[in-house]
Ligand binder design. Structure first.
Ligand code: GUN
Ligand code: FE
Length: 371
């Protein structure tokens, strides 16, 4: 039995075949079935007769075709592998301090506000709408420590049709007395904020939870030199920052670590061996003066790399911005397929004004009519 085709696109298709190979296919017919899966890709179809043959083969009529102009093209959705949804109101502000001071002065006070569900209701829809408008079809979110606001964010991601990975932040030390929690957890992505703000006890219980429910894990790693020193003082018996997470069984093929700027070759080796993904967040690394991540080194070591905006350490809400800030033809791969590798997806330039329509699994989730 043939699959039921719900829509067809005709035009130029661009996608990554691998880290270094970009495929640009003009005059392509791409059919989507009623489940939102790609049913067929027919390349180089140049005359109407051939188009009609394919339509009748799939039993669809001409009205189902959306024809792109010569200046338009289809690309896979972008994957933002690291974004703090609650920090969105701060994006573009408060970038005068390095990480640890920045957290205390700007970030924790804002995140505290999400104890109010009303506050979350004013912000989270704006965040998701903005990401979708910018072509981010998959995002890996940090929320705050608040359960109700986090559950609301999860519901909203689902309602708006984005593919989302969401972790309620966990932390039980080195945070404000009124923005802290005792040990308990809830989330689909296990999210120890970072080694500084989690006791060993919390880290162990989070890894147990991840194992018990087979959940992905996300955190921050090796972002800032003072941070690394602080981690060393908190865990003096462990070799380095990466080893702190390894010791607590938090590193595996479902782990995403943001930043990874100052990793030693020993740490890179560990990350490679344990199949951990690195979310490269160039805008944030520049904005907080954290440092420059040598992505080429990570890629040469065959470490999985995706791109993240890290709002509001980074101020750019679009993965296109991460591409510009990361500066290497491999970037298209990193922003789509590379990111998808981090979140174990099977499938997966300008600014958002150039993104006309955004689809997730065949559903039109953001954008305007084709002109
Ligand atoms: N390290 C711990 N928390 C954060 C955060 O919210 N943003 C960034 N960039 N780094 C962190
Ligand atoms: Fe971050």
């Amino acid at each position: 039995m043939t699959r039921i085709i719900s829509q067809i696109f005709y035009g130029t298709l661009i996608h990554s075949l691998s880290l270094t190979k970009l495929s640009i296919i003009p005059n392509t017919l791409l059919g989507i079935d009623k489940f939102g899966k790609i049913a067929f890709v027919e390349e180089n179809i140049i005359n109407e007769q051939n188009i009609n043959d394919i339509l009748s083969k799939w039993n669809v009529n001409e009205e189902k075709i959306i024809r792109l102009t010569k200046r338009q093209f289809l690309i896979p959705g972008f994957v933002d592998t690291h974004i703090h949804a609650p920090q969105f109101p701060n994006a573009g502000t408060g970038l005068d301090l390095p990480l640890l001071e920045w957290l205390n002065k700007y970030t924790f006070p804002l995140e505290k506000s999400y104890s109010s569900l009303e506050f979350a209701k004013n912000v989270y829809p704006v965040v998701i709408n903005n990401l979708l408008r910018n072509g981010t079809t998959t995002a890996v979110y940090f929320s705050t420590i608040h359960l109700e606001s986090s559950k609301y964010l999860a519901k909203l991601i689902h309602e708006k049709g984005q593919r989302g990975f969401l972790g309620k932040v966990n932390m039980d030390r080195y945070c404000p007395n009124d923005y802290i929690e005792t040990i308990e957890s809830i989330t689909p992505v296990i999210t120890p904020r970072f080694a500084i703000s989690c006791t060993s006890e919390l880290l162990f219980s989070l890894s147990k939870l991840a194992q018990e429910y087979d959940l992905p894990i996300q955190s921050h790693l090796s972002e800032n030199k003072d941070e690394i020193k602080f981690v060393k003082s908190l865990f003096p018996n462990l070799k380095d920052y990466t080893s702190v997470y390894e010791h607590h069984n938090l590193l595996n093929q479902k782990t995403i670590m943001a930043h990874g700027i100052y990793l030693s070759s020993y740490e890179r080796n560990l990350i490679k061996k344990l199949k951990v993904g690195i979310s490269h967040c160039p805008n944030s690394n520049f904005s907080l003066s954290s440092g420059i991540c040598n992505v080429r080194k990570l890629l040469n070591d065959n470490i999985k790399v995706g791109l993240g905006t890290d709002i509001s350490g980074g101020f750019g809400k679009s993965i296109l911005d991460s591409i510009r800030n990361a500066s290497i033809a491999k970037l298209f791969y990193l922003s789509t397929m590379g990111g998808a590798n981090l979140v174990n997806l099977e499938n997966v330039i300008g600014d958002e004004r150039n993104i006309l329509r955004v689809y997730v699994q065949g559903n039109f989730v953001s954008g305007t009519e084709f002109k």
